[in-house]
Structures are given as structure tokens and as C-alpha cells.
Design a protein around this ligand. Structure first.
Ligand SMILES: Nc1ncnc2c1ncn2[C@@H]1O[C@H](COP(=O)(O)OP(=O)(O)OP(=O)(O)O)[C@@H](O)[C@H]1O
Ligand SMILES: [Mg+2]
Length: 223
């Protein structure tokens, strides 16, 4: 295993969309191996753009971009993409049951049925959705759907889960449920969370960075 304490190290990363209307610009960002790292910022500040760069799905320019202690190699992005999971802002469940949604990524990876069902039960317990595994995916609530998406990301056993506004549009009870699930998940997997809700980021994260107009600056959380 690499010796770095940081899972990501970035210096002078920039990314512009082809339209030229927006540029993300990160002078310096070092993300620790453990816990939940938070990035807050208003709508349009570039949170999703930054997460997609960290997921290696958008590729900009940089002077330093290290992942797990090694420089990011533009020719090997597919391998890197397999190590991280991006959970989008409005995640979509497939038709079928909740359980089939969780089994699907394992089937793609040829995990044997028995082992796959065991892994699904484990992650369902962590995010507290065991009681809805048999439910049809279109019958679950918004908060439950968010937890299913978290479980579906976790079941891959990625090194990092990148969460894009995991509690947008949820009521207080569901926000609490998701935050509890995130804390439980962070015991075993690195989480990077973006949110427009600064208070939520402060509640959950030891480290907080703030994005404004595409520019990132870091500050210590009040925790
Ligand atoms: N595919 C795209 N092509 C061109 N411009 C884009 C594209 N996606 C996003 N943008 C622009 O980039 C800027 C940052 O968008 P981004 O989605 O990263 O912001 P955000 O902080 O995630 O916002 P929100 O909180 O509303 O989700 C916005 O001005 C947006 O219009
Ligand atoms: Mg966004």
C-alpha cells in the first residue's frame, strides 16, 4: 500500500467545459484517507464538476494530481474509475426490487450469487434498508431511495464514494437517517460529500472546503 496519508493530492487543477462558460480552479486540495471530507458551496459554484473530476469522469489540467499516493495517469483512467463510485445528485433506481438493484453491480462483476446476496445483506444492514429489500424500487420513498443508492455504491467496495448532495429534497427525518447511514459507511469507506448546506457539512465532516464561482479554498471545520 502507498504510504501517503492523503487519498487525493491536487495542485493547480483546472477544468473548463467546452462552452467556455465555467472554469473550475483548485489551487491546492489534499484529502485525508479517512473520515468524511466535505465541500460546500452555492448552486452553480462547481461542486458537481469537482466531484466528476475526482471520479476521473471529467479530465482537466493539473500540475499535481495524485490518487492513493500515485500520479494520475491519463492513459489508465478506466482503472481509476473502478476504484471510486460517484453517487449523482438525482440517483435513479432500476426497475425491479431493491435487492435486485443492489445485486446488479455484483452480477456485472461476476460475483457468485450466494456471495452477492451476503454482501447485499451486509450493506443493507449498514444503511438500514433490510426491511425494504423485497419492495419494488418505484414504491420506496425518496429518503429510502437515497439510502438504496448509497448501499448500491457501497456494495462495489470502492476505495472512495463521492456523494453529490445526498440529502437534497428530503425532510428532516430522512436527512437524519441518511446522515446516520453516512457515519456508519464512513467507518469502512472514504466519503467525499458536496452539499449546498454548510451546516450539514459542518455536522458530518472534520474538514471543510468551500467552493465559490469555481474556486476552492479550505478551512478547518468548527467541529
Ligand atoms: N455539461 C456542461 N456544459 C457546460 N457548462 C456546464 C455543464 N455542466 C455544468 N455547467 C456549468 O458549470 C457551472 C458549475 O456547475 P455544477 O453543476 O458543477 O455546479 P454545482 O455547484 O454542482 O450546482 P448545484 O448546487 O446547482 O448542483 C454552472 O455554471 C453550470 O451551468
Ligand atoms: Mg451539483
Amino acid at each position: 500500500m502507498p504510504q501517503s496519508n492523503f487519498i487525493y493530492r491536487l495542485k493547480d487543477l483546472t477544468f473548463s467545459y467546452e462552452t467556455g462558460s465555467f472554469t473550475l480552479s483548485v489551487d491546492e486540495l489534499s484529502i485525508e484517507q479517512n473520515g468524511i471530507t466535505g465541500i460546500a458551496g452555492p448552486s452553480g459554484s462547481g461542486k458537481t464538476t469537482l466531484l466528476l473530476n475526482l471520479a476521473f469522469l471529467l479530465v482537466g489540467q493539473w500540475t499535481t494530481f495524485e490518487f492513493e499516493g500515485r500520479p494520475v495517469d491519463r492513459k489508465r483512467l478506466i482503472l481509476l474509475r473502478n476504484r471510486v463510485t460517484y453517487v449523482p445528485q438525482n440517483p435513479i433506481l432500476f426497475s425491479g426490487t431493491v435487492e435486485s438493484n443492489l445485486l446488479y453491480p455484483l452480477k456485472l462483476r461476476n460475483v457468485k450469487d450466494r456471495e452477492a446476496r451476503g454482501l447485499v445483506r451486509d450493506v443493507a444492514e449498514i444503511v438500514d434498508i433490510e426491511n425494504i429489500l423485497e419492495s419494488r424500487s418505484h414504491q420506496v420513498s425518496g429518503g429510502e431511495a437515497q439510502r438504496v443508492c448509497l448501499a448500491r455504491a457501497l456494495v462495489f467496495e470502492p476505495d472512495v464514494i463521492l456523494l453529490d448532495e445526498p440529502t437534497a429534497n428530503l425532510d428532516e427525518e430522512n436527512v437524519n437517517n441518511i446522515e446516520k447511514a453516512l457515519k456508519a459507511v464512513s467507518e469502512r469507506t472514504k466519503l467525499i460529500l458536496v452539499s449546498h448546506d454548510m451546516e450539514q457539512v459542518r455536522r458530518l465532516c472534520a474538514n471543510l472546503s468551500i467552493l465559490r464561482h469555481g474556486k476552492l479554498r479550505s478551512e478547518k471545520s468548527t467541529m
